[in-house]
Design a protein around this ligand. Structure first.
Ligand code: NAD
Ligand code: DAU
Length: 349
């Protein structure tokens, strides 16, 4: 039975990918290898525990011994690696980039080396549109657009991609890279814009909007992103890069207004705050290659995806409460010092 090693499978996209792969690939066994940082939560993967084609191993992708052990199941090496594990939050990388270089760059190199030594046949690097840097109002990034990352997070992901490229060129590793756009859906840690807005609005807190709010993102539902990663794993050309972007460009202000309207909440909860340093203005991807070569195209419309995501967060209060722990509260106070610490609707008018 084929065995896939999934790193970072207790996080947002990785956990959604594991569920999709177990459902769509009945012949595949999956090892989920994850350090369980603040973003990787046991309750995110609790439902997978009894699944016979699945095992969880806690470990660090920077630990060569642990990574090598995770690649083996009953004596045989993994057939494929899908590498999600990363420090993923841009704001945290601006505050301190050390962990990003360690996990995203060193960790990718360690895993590549372990995969090569074990003779793994396929390696998929989950990367991001942020490696391209920022666009003006026009144009879209293609896979051959230059790398111009602007945040420490984006730079660490671009560096990781270059280690993958080196493994392809030097050792002939059959690796594929996907560059996904801003993703949303179930199990996303509440620090990211959409779950931050939902959880703040439902507790009467203000929602911090950086700068002018005119920055543009193309949001993709996690089901579509995971479908693209699975297609690239199955059908991607070794050495190729595939953009996986959502279809609807939206400014951050418009996104929050639509989300609050869908939630039945007032737009006065939006609170402009100081801009993110080096804030990329616009991301947009040309996904023609993924469409032509993988037969992939995103299917979830933003309005439907947002409504489903609101329902999911409202229906998973225990998960939200566990994620919003004291460590997260301390992070929020550091990140948003200008926001009232009390719920907005109980402060003076
Ligand atoms: P996430 O922060 O929700 O999850 C990351 C996971 O990696 C967590 O489970 C964490 O415990 C694990 N991890 C962190 N350091 C580790 C280490 N040293 N060893 C083993 N595990 C470790 O991230 P996400 O949003 O699910 O993103 C997953 C991947 O997709 C990342 O590589 C990210 O760069 C990429 N990506 C994310 C988005 C997005 O919008 N979220 C878009 C494009 C690409
Ligand atoms: O584009 C892909 C990337 O999307 C991934 O590679 C990253 O892992 C993922 O975190 C995400 O990065 P962003 O920085 O774009 O996501 P975030 O949700 O943090 O921010 C989305 C936009 O919203 C961005 O323009 C900044 C803005 N924002 C964000 C936060 C947290 C705000 O205005 N206020 C906020 O409080």
């Amino acid at each position: 039975m084929p065995h896939w090693l999934i790193t970072g499978g207790a996080g947002f996209i990785g956990s959604n990918f594991i569920r999709l792969a177990l459902a769509r690939e009945p012949e595949v066994r999956i090892t989920n290898f994850d350090l369980l940082t603040y973003a990787g939560r046991p309750e995110t993967i609790a439902d997978l525990a009894g699944e016979p084609r699945y095992r969880f191993l806690r470990g660090d992708v920077c630990d060569a011994g642990a990574a090598g052990a995770a690649l083996r199941w009953e004596g045989s090496a993994a057939d494929a690696v899908v590498h999600f594990a990363a420090e993923s939050h841009v704001d945290r990388s601006i505050a301190d980039g050390e962990a990003f270089v360690r996990t995203n760059v060193q960790g990718t190199q360690t895993l590549l080396q372990a995969a090569r030594r074990a003779g793994v046949g396929r390696f998929l690097q989950v990367s991001t549109d942020e490696v391209y840097g920022s666009l003006g109002r026009e144009g879209r990034f293609r896979e051959d657009s230059p790398l111009a990352p602007n945040s420490p997070y984006a730079a660490s992901k671009a560096a990781a991609e270059l280690m993958v490229r080196a493994a392809v060129e030097t050792y002939g590793l059959a690796a594929v890279v996907t560059r996904g756009s801003n993703t949303y859906g179930p199990f996303q840690f509440p620090e990211k814009l959409i779950p931050l807005a939902i959880t703040h609005a439902d507790t009467g807190r203000e929602i911090p909007l950086y700068g002018s709010g005119d920055n543009v993102r193309t949001w993709i539902h996690v089901d579509d992103h995971c479908g693209g990663i699975l297609a690239a794993l199955r059908r991607g050309r070794p050495g190729a890069i595939y953009n996986l972007g959502g279809g609807e460009e939206t400014s951050n202000r418009e996104l929050l207004e639509r989300l609050l309207a869908a939630m039945g909440k007032p737009s006065r909860l939006i609170r402009p705050v100081a801009d993110r340093p080096g804030h990329d203005f616009r991301y947009a991807l040309d996904c023609g290659r993924a469409r032509a070569e993988l037969g992939w195209t995103p299917a979830v419309r933003l309005a439907d995806g947002l409504a489903r995501t609101v329902d999911w967060y409202r229906g998973h209060a225990a998960w939200v409460a566990s994620a919003c722990d004291r460590e997260y509260e301390a992070y929020r106070e550091r990140q948003y010092p200008s926001l009232a610490s009390q719920p907005a609707e109980t402060t003076a008018p």
